[in-house]
Ligand binder design. Sequence first.
Ligand SMILES: [Zn+2]
Length: 276
Amino acid sequence: MQQHQNAFTVDVEDYFQVSALERHIPKATWTQQQGRVEENTERLLELLERHAVKATFFTLGWIAERHPRLVRQIATHGHEIASHGYDHTRVTYMDPVTFKADITRSRAVLEDVTGTAVAGYRAPTFSFTRQNTWVYPLLAESGYRYSSSVAPVRHDLYGIPDAARHAWRDESGITEIPISTIRAGGRNFPCGGGGFFRLYPYAMTRWCVRRVNERDGQPCIFYMHPWEMDAEQPRPPGLGLKTRVRHYLNLRRVPARLEQLLRDFRWNRMDQVFAL
Ligand SMILES: [Zn+2]
């Protein structure tokens, strides 16, 4: 019987809002896209409900403005609503002024929709880097208590390879809770969901969660997206091989793997796992 409590998190965005597709489906065309976030999130809510798991949903302000009923439904199920920024602009493209405006606007939209205070923030595409360490005081000023925006790995799109692997507190008072990794051969490897969960056999994820729990004595932070529940999602033409593999490979296997993951370990919302 697994004793550790782990954090299950969902980044609520539509399939066309991921960074890997931004050159193929520009932001200016988002309102013309056929959204699939409602059906996909409802599938996920049903799955979590069946396993009596509460999770944290890092939600885009853009989504909350257009799908307020969905966001209220997530909150009504007992899940935590947190911010994933307003429109998925990576923090690496923002300066302190635009970042402050983004985190303030997204928090206000989410709080208006749910009537509940928002404590958590996750940067789009884990875009906290060594260059934008000015983020923490701004999050604290804007009313946030924690962030889950660092991937302590080497990756072509994101990451701080030598960052702390487990939760730490910034002097601004913000607790940063990095996405889970395992350490092997002097390097960190991502193991907290996303492509890792889909590309490799489930046994790898199970081994990694156990290792984080037992060897590090820490909760595992798992993340996914509603579009990962949707093998039928439209595929824009002209995508490169890397994007096709990262975004679409093994989508059909996700629901069954999630069942297994939810059975094998204990999961809860971020604010409860870390008593924030
Ligand atoms: Zn995202």
